[in-house]
Design a protein around this ligand. Structure first.
Ligand SMILES: NC(=O)C1=CN([C@@H]2O[C@H](COP(=O)(O)OP(=O)(O)OC[C@H]3O[C@@H](n4cnc5c(N)ncnc54)[C@H](O)[C@@H]3O)[C@@H](O)[C@H]2O)C=CC1
Ligand SMILES: O=C(CO)COP(=O)(O)O
Length: 335
């Protein structure tokens, strides 16, 4: 196990001042020192001065114990780092910040475009000596920051380290469940974002609640097939980071991915919808690389394929739905 002082609460660094980084800093601040690094001086000033992050997490009063900084050298005093920047920027962030070999807790949900790598695989390339954990699950940032009850998966192959990290971030309203299946925890979060876009399309196009439920179940079948091909356990995919997060994100316009899908379902173009966003909808970047990876693995993912075609503008929404509904009939259960 990595040597971490047993005598004092771990000093956690949070890398990323968006909604999720800020919410995690809020959780962590209740149990010990927290330094939040963000690129934006405006975000850092607001957190230090007003104990708020109106740009990314409006309406939440933050703990005055959160110390924010744009100075990456401040991360040197941290025992472990939570990485919470968008997945497509994770490689640059890992390469550019002084992270050393301290444990990294990966909190972003996505697959890297161009390489088809999960975040743990990117970390293994960029920081081969750093122990890796993954935090994932059904966690809308605004609810976590408001102290509403939430449960997450904390996956780490080193169970002693996983236990130390889980104890450090646990609150009565924030329950980490430990797992050794890092890949399973990551696949749930990455794939559900793409499926949430599809569920948004169902809603935006007015296809009804039966269709929404069918899409969650058939989407889960795609997640399970993809996860099995990547070595994830079926228990992880049926857990918080898989099915749990799929159900959350596929059910609410609080999800950026679901909302993007609603716009697509109404016939708006992805380029226009994405151009007006300040915040990240990870599924838009993950969909093409997920489809590419699934094809290379020989895994059938028709819902993900339809999302990808819609995002690229290759197919109109009516045609994408028609194509999905007229596929040859198959047995329900096959891997
Ligand atoms: N918001 C949520 O409820 C949850 C988000 N996540 C995941 O956490 C990750 C971050 O999401 P949010 O915090 O919600 O994003 P956000 O959209 O609220 O903020 C994005 C943050 O990334 C920063 N950023 C953008 N480009 C960057 C770059 N090139 N280098 C470094 N930082 C950059 C922005 O300055 C901003 O601080 C995503 O992978 C998301 O899927 C996971 C669970 C819950
Ligand atoms: O990952 C999330 C909830 O678990 C947040 O979902 P969105 O990124 O779609 O808002």
């Amino acid at each position: 196990m990595t040597t971490l002082s047993p005598d004092r609460p771990l000093h956690l660094g949070v890398v990323g001042g968006g909604a999720w980084g800020t919410a995690l800093a809020q959780v962590a601040a209740a149990g010990g020192p927290v330094t939040l690094w963000a690129r934006s001086a405006e975000v850092v000033d607001a957190i230090n001065r007003d104990h708020a992050n109106p740009a990314y997490l409006p309406g939440v009063a933050l703990s005055p114990a959160i110390v924010a900084t744009t100075d990456s050298a401040a991360l040197q005093s941290c025992d472990a780092l939570l990485l919470v920047t968008p997945a497509q920027h994770m490689r640059d962030v890992m390469a550019g910040l002084p992270m050393g070999d301290r444990p990294l807790i990966l909190c972003s949900k996505g697959i890297e475009a161009g390489t088809q790598l999960l975040m743990s695989e990117v970390a293994a390339e960029c920081r081969p000596d750093a122990p890796i954990a993954v935090l994932s699950g059904p966690t809308f940032a605004h609810e976590v920051a408001a102290g509403l009850p939430t449960a997450v998966t904390l996956a780490c192959e080193d169970d002693a380290l996983g236990e130390r990290l889980a104890n450090r971030i646990a609150r009565s309203s924030f329950r980490p469940y430990r797992s050794a299946d890092v890949v399973g925890a990551e696949i749930g979060g990455a794939v559900k974002n793409v499926l949430a876009i599809a569920c948004g399309v169902v809603s935006g196009h007015g296809l009804g609640q039966n269709a929404g439920a069918a899409l969650i179940a058939r989407g889960f079948a795609e997640m399970a097939r993809f996860g099995a091909a990547k070595g994830a356990t079926s228990a992880s995919l049926a857990g918080l980071a898989g099915l749990g997060d799929l159900v959350l994100t596929c059910s609410s316009t609080a999800s950026r991915n679901f909302s993007l899908g609603v716009g697509l379902g109404r016939g708006e173009r992805a380029v226009d919808l994405l151009a007006h966003r300040r915040t990240v909808a990870e599924g838009a970047a993950t969909a093409p690389v997920l489809v590419e990876t699934a094809r290379a693995l020989g895994v059938e993912m028709p819902i993900a394929e339809a999302v990808c075609a819609l995002l690229s503008g290759d197919v109109a929404v009516g045609a994408a739905i028609e194509q999905l509904l007229t596929r040859p009939l198959t047995p329900e259960h096959r891997l």
